[in-house]
Design a protein around this ligand. Structure first.
Ligand SMILES: *Cc1c(COP(=O)(O)O)cnc(C)c1O
Length: 383
């Protein structure tokens, strides 16, 4: 299959049309070997030596993600965090890095503790404001600008193209955590980003049954080669079975993301002016601060993630979550089942999440069922 001649839905559904040369199987086998035979003359012509560095189980899933993101190469990791931290570990102590104040909590926490202790100079800024980026960037000193859009858990939107041009003008690379946008809705590399990161745990796999991460690069670069070295040396590699499950999950990526986005839009509009809801945070709402930018860089929907702020503060929010039945009280996102979570309890001190905020991951259930369940829980919480 030539990925340039078919739509991304076709690439994902057929996993790039892969056929096993020996058996004619249309789904790949699970390669579990940890090591590979060396040629008699001491060479490794297969290119494979040891499964911590590389594994044929990665090949097809990496090729699909790479094609969907229009990249040069992709690499799977043992988790989204392993993928994201590999980018920062490929930098050098003393390098200056810009990251958003509003971002995936565990990564922000790692940046401000481990990465900072290790010597990275990390500065958190308002990434939704290009003037703030321009003011904080230090030409020649800033090596990486990290963005996330839409960003956990407020779903703020960052203008990828505008931020890329500020980063590149200062000689910095730009990496995007595009977990929530997915390659279905946004292709950051086509907007000039250098690296795209996915928590493949979420939408790419889509079934809440594995932990995985992925990076895609726009072109070969020193940074990319160092990232590959970080994976091989530190060993944050994905298991063979997980790689196979991920490839299977991605076959339905476009159906799942379209359904979740459609339902999230309906849920957001239903509760936008609700008497028991103080605010709905969703980039698909016209009133959302980032709506115009999101409409430009997201195609086919605004994603499956939104947050609501319950009237009545923290206690009311926790009571709403206690009364849902279909919405499961659990962390994570991007699965077929809808999830609800009180984020401030998870994130603790320093969180940008207001105490009354509930994060919603919309799955692929019937939207009316989801709306009815949340309606019922809102009323039950206020009785
Ligand atoms: C889940 C998530 C991560 C981390 O991925 P893991 O697979 O849990 O390590 C990073 N960024 C975002 C936006 C996420 O939702």
């Amino acid at each position: 299959m030539d990925p340039k001649t078919v739509r991304p839905e076709t690439i994902a559904a057929q996993a790039l049309g892969w056929i096993d040369e020996h058996t004619r199987a249309i789904t790949p086998p699970i390669h579990v070997s940890s090591t590979y035979l060396r040629d008699a003359d001491n060479q490794y012509r297969s290119g494979r030596v040891y499964a911590r560095a590389d594994n044929p189980a990665f090949d097809q899933a990496e090729a699909v993600i790479c094609a969907l993101e229009h990249g040069h190469a992709a690499a799977l990791f043992a988790s989204g965090m392993a993928a994201a931290t590999a980018v920062f570990q490929a930098l050098a102590p003393g390098d200056h890095v810009l990251a958003p104040q509003v971002m995936y909590w565990s990564l922000r926490n790692w940046l401000m503790t481990f990465a900072t202790q290790w010597g990275l100079d990390v500065e958190l800024i308002d990434m939704t404001d290009p003037a703030a980026v321009r003011a904080a960037i230090r030409p020649g000193k800033t090596k990486l600008v990290w963005i996330e859009t839409p960003a956990n858990p407020l779903w703020t939107v960052t203008d990828i193209e505008a931020t890329v041009s500020i980063a590149h003008a200062a000689g910095a690379m730009l990496a995007v955590d595009s977990t929530v946008a997915t390659p279905v809705l946004t292709q950051p590399l086509q907007l000039g980003a250098d690296i795209v990161m996915h928590a493949a745990t979420k939408y790419l796999n889509g079934h809440s049954d594995l932990i995985a991460g992925a990076l895609v690069t726009r072109e070969d670069s020193d940074l990319w080669q160092r990232i590959r070295k970080v994976r091989a040396q530190i060993g944050g590699t994905l298991g063979s079975f997980e790689s196979w499950l991920l490839l299977r999950g991605m076959r339905t990526l476009h159906l799942r993301v379209a359904a979740a986005s459609r339902s999230a839009q309906r849920v957001a509009e239903h509760f936008e002016h609700h008497a028991l809801v103080a605010a709905v945070l969703y980039p698909g709402l016209h009133a959302a601060p980032g709506h115009a930018i999101a409409a430009r860089q997201m195609h086919g929907g605004f994603g499956g993630m939104l947050s609501i702020r319950a009237r009545g503060g923290e206690a009311a929010a926790i009571a709403v979550a206690a009364h849902t039945e279909l919405w499961k009280r659990a962390t994570s996102l991007g699965g077929t089942e809808s999830l609800i979570e009180h984020r401030a309890s998870v994130e603790g001190a320093g969180t940008p999440a207001p105490a009354d905020l509930l994060r919603l991951s919309v799955g692929i259930e019937d939207a009316d069922d989801l709306i009815r369940d949340l309606e019922r829980a809102l009323h039950a919480a206020h009785r």
